[in-house]
Design a protein around this ligand. Structure first.
Ligand code: SIN
Length: 279
């Protein structure tokens, strides 16, 4: 059956109709999904009832999955998949302490590594009947809408990204000894997509110490200005989940944030695909 790529939003998002991940994927199918991924930045394949092994095999068609770095979030059967669920992320080690949703402030995955994840895949195992959407910001559009003087000022600058960053906007959970002073990396603020050549603003508000070589005060002033420009709904696509959706999104040109507005269980299986150093 021929695949149909149906756009979901103006800024990002497309649903691929006619795709069944339980069957093997031929080169043409993989190429179609990849093309839609580059054009729309977020692709959604509905109603995929596949097990972990098949999910990993599908992921390997689109990139190289890498291991979950924070052991407590890893799936008990494989550390190549992590579980996103409030119940897995409590305020303290006490199992009765408050469950915390992860990823609720704008971010991009693993920017504090030299080679940040190219893409993230989520498989919706259980979703609440209301709420729990994931929001995306198209950072190409953010860059393209920047005034020329802002582009000129930002063009030569590099951001310092750190897992345990000075600037954090979400509730900071207690970190393990391994995570304290964890990985950090310095990346250009204007990033060129390695497959499409398009530029985007590359920042990770929740994981940045500041601008390389700048004081905290000067860094904060610029980062606040960039955030004010970026955090506009006109750049946003908001994904409303359906059970067993598989979503693949491009971390090289998007930020994302999970809504924490639901009461029932929300459980996602996440796979990250290896990227290369931004330039
Ligand atoms: C994430 O931040 O990687 C996950 C987003 C979500 O749970 O919707």
């Amino acid at each position: 059956m021929a695949l149909e790529v149906r756009p979901l939003g103006e800024m990002a998002g497309a649903e691929i109709i006619g795709l069944d991940f339980s069957a093997s994927l031929d080169d043409e199918t993989v190429a179609t999904v990849n093309r839609a991924f580059l054009d729309h930045h977020v692709v959604c394949i509905r109603d995929q009832q596949i097990d972990l092994d098949r999910y990993l095999a599908v992921a390997a068609c689109f990139g190289a999955p890498h291991a979950q770095k924070i052991p407590k979030f890893a799936h008990p059967d494989t550390n190549m998949v992590s579980i996103l669920s409030r119940e897995m992320n409590r305020e303290t080690d006490d199992p009765n302490s408050k469950p915390l949703a992860r990823g609720t402030f704008w971010h991009t995955d693993h920017s504090y590594h030299r080679e940040p994840s190219k893409a993230t895949m989520l498989h919706a195992i259980q979703i609440p009947s209301n709420g729990g959407d994931t929001r995306f910001l198209n950072m190409h559009a953010v860059y393209e809408a920047m005034p020329d003087d802002m582009k000129k000022r930002v063009d030569p600058l590099r951001g310092v990204h750190r897992l345990t960053a000075r600037r954090q906007f979400t509730g900071v959970r207690r970190r393990t000894d391994d995570e304290v002073d964890g990985p950090h990396a310095v990346h250009p603020l204007i990033r060129t997509h390695d497959e499409t050549g398009r530029k985007s603003l590359y920042m990770n508000p929740n994981r940045m110490d500041g601008i390389d070589g700048w004081s905290d005060a000067d860094s904060d002033a610029l980062l606040e200005e960039l955030q004010e420009h970026a955090f506009q709904t006109r750049f946003e696509y908001r994904h409303r989940w359906q059970p067993h959706d598989v979503l693949i999104w491009d971390n090289r040109c998007l930020m994302h944030a999970a809504m924490d507005d639901y009461t029932e269980t929300r459980r996602m299986h996440r796979i990250l695909l290896t990227g290369r150093e931004p330039y």
